[in-house]
Design a protein around this ligand. Structure first.
Ligand code: SF4
Length: 489
């Protein structure tokens, strides 16, 4: 494997926050855990498309296969030959800290005072630069990647304590930020979720074994039974003595699930905070119709992520719903650099308007979010060209005015259009006749949930943990010793 292989950063023609990562952990007595992990990752592909990997233990050794690309591109039958054993963890990645490099593909394998372990994470550890310095000083750890996950891996591999639960709590007391992590030793599968529960993680049962995954859709595809969410602050250890779980409520005692998981990131068939994501999105659309009604002929959504909200808007407003844009479902991250003329076609690569449906209509167009505002003018232009008479843009998230430091690549404050322009200026910029965003109060009313407690910092600036506003995803590269060379795990 070429350790310097980097995924080309193609211009993102789709103006959405970028997903974070997906994790899966499998304890399958008598089974091949790596193959179960593969199908779990396949279901979580929407959470990250830059790299993926699986680590498996056969009780004696831990083997890892991790590469750049989509899950189905990375794994071929022979890749599973070394991945034997009944314990495995897997990861699919979008880089939120550290570049899109093979050395940062997870799970990462490290050796420490407590032995060898593999670890993968979804989230961002805000104090990782300080913790990395501490680990270098105390344990002489030598870092091969530029991701915060390696900091957590070394910390756990060297943590004091008489068992893995104690060691996980040792780490959790020091880690600041968001983490839903899975880890593997030769004998043990582990998982932990930060005390605020910022990123999702859930637990299921499969044929007498256990599955832990970022979203319940992965359990459904595996035929596993969904049991519950992994509690914020919960540490899970599974070994031959059974399933063990303990919970630390953290310093604040509050919860802060990322509300964007419900708006956009999570798959609609997943259950988050006790609610089916699809139903929440329909209700967000209905709330948007109550807050921003308009006289129009047809409601369409930007597929696929806004379809449920568009149906909700239509139902509440009494305006008929129709598909208006057809999405090429196979447009994803490509490793082929497009020719300049094709790149200029931008959204044309992804959407094609149903001209006969749109022509002469006063349209309500529902989208889930506007981040930089780079795509929306093109979508509006496409619809106008197809003959739309009026375009009323409705967005089922409030204006995004603050960057995310908890594991979502959202753009910085200078790039966020709503941080720099008024709603009317944005309306003019995107070329819509009217523009309406869902309010924060309306959003919170809808997602209220069964347990409550959401992070809404990208709309309000109220971060659930203290953040350094200058923190960037390359922070561990910027502070990296000059002689450190990335290496594949
Ligand atoms: S800042 Fe926004 S995207 Fe980031 S965790 Fe909070 S709600 Fe989610």
């Amino acid at each position: 494997m070429n350790s310097e292989l980097e995924s080309p950063r193609l211009p993102n023609p789709f103006d959405h926050p970028n997903e974070e990562c997906g994790v899966v952990a499998v304890y399958a007595p008598g089974g091949e855990a790596s193959r179960i992990a593969f199908f779990g990752l396949f279901a979580l592909q929407h959470r990250g498309q830059e790299s993926a990997g699986i680590a498996a233990s056969n009780g004696e050794t831990i083997n890892v296969h991790a590469e750049m690309g989509l899950v189905t591109q990375i794994f071929r039958e022979p890749d599973f030959y070394p991945l034997t054993g009944e314990k495995a963890i897997g990861h699919t990645r979008y880089s939120t800290m550290g570049s899109s490099l093979l050395c940062n593909a997870q799970p990462l394998l490290v050796d420490g005072y407590q032995g060898r372990l593999a670890l993968a994470n979804n989230g961002n550890i805000i104090n990782s630069p300080q913790l990395r310095d501490q680990l270098q000083e105390e344990w002489n750890c030598s870092f091969n990647s530029t991701t915060d996950t390696e900091v957590v891996a070394y910390m756990l591999a060297n943590a004091p304590g008489s068992g893995w639960a104690e060691r996980l709590f040792y780490c959790m007391r020091q880690l600041e930020g968001a983490y839903s992590l899975v880890a593997l030793t030769k004998d043990t599968v582990m998982a932990a979720r930060d005390p605020l529960g910022i990123r999702p993680l859930c637990l299921g049962k499969l044929d007498g074994g256990w599955i832990i995954a970022s979203e319940s859709c992965a359990l459904d595809h595996l035929g596993a039974t969904y049991l519950r969410e992994v509690e914020p602050g919960e540490a899970i250890v599974i070994d031959k003595t059974g399933f063990h779980s303990e919970t630390w409520t953290g310093r604040t005692g509050r919860r802060a699930l990322c509300v964007f998981e419900l708006i956009y990131f999570a798959r609609p068939d997943s259950i988050l905070d006790g609610q089916l994501v699809h139903s929440v999105r329909q209700e967000l659309g209905a709330q948007l119709a109550r807050e921003h009604p308009v006289d129009a002929d047809l409601v369409i959504g930007i597929p696929d992520s806004s379809t449920a909200a568009a149906v909700g808007y239509a139902r509440e407003s009494g305006i008929p719903y129709s598909e208006g844009l057809v999405k090429n479902r196979y447009v994803g991250r490509t490793f082929i650099e497009p020719e300049q003329r094709m790149r200029d076609l931008g959204v044309r690569q992804k959407f094609n308007p149903l001209t006969e449906v749109i022509r002469g209509q006063r349209l309500v167009v529902v989208d889930d979010s506007i981040v930089r505002g780079t795509t929306t003018p093109h979508v509006v232009g496409l619809l106008r060209k197809a003959g739309a008479k009026e375009i009323h843009m409705r967005v089922c998230a409030p204006p995004i005015m603050h960057p995310c430091f908890m594991g979502v690549d959202m753009a910085n404050r200078q790039e966020l259009i709503a941080a720099n322009q008024s709603v009317d200026e944005i309306r003019e910029f995107i070329g819509a006749d009217t523009l309406g965003y869902l309010g924060v109060d309306g959003l919170m009313k809808v997602v209220g949930g069964t347990q409550g407690g959401f992070c809404d910092a990208c709309f309000t600036g109220n971060y659930p943990v203290p953040v350094q506003l200058e923190l960037t995803k390359l922070v561990l590269e910027d502070s990296r010793p000059a002689d450190a060379t990335p290496d594949a795990n």
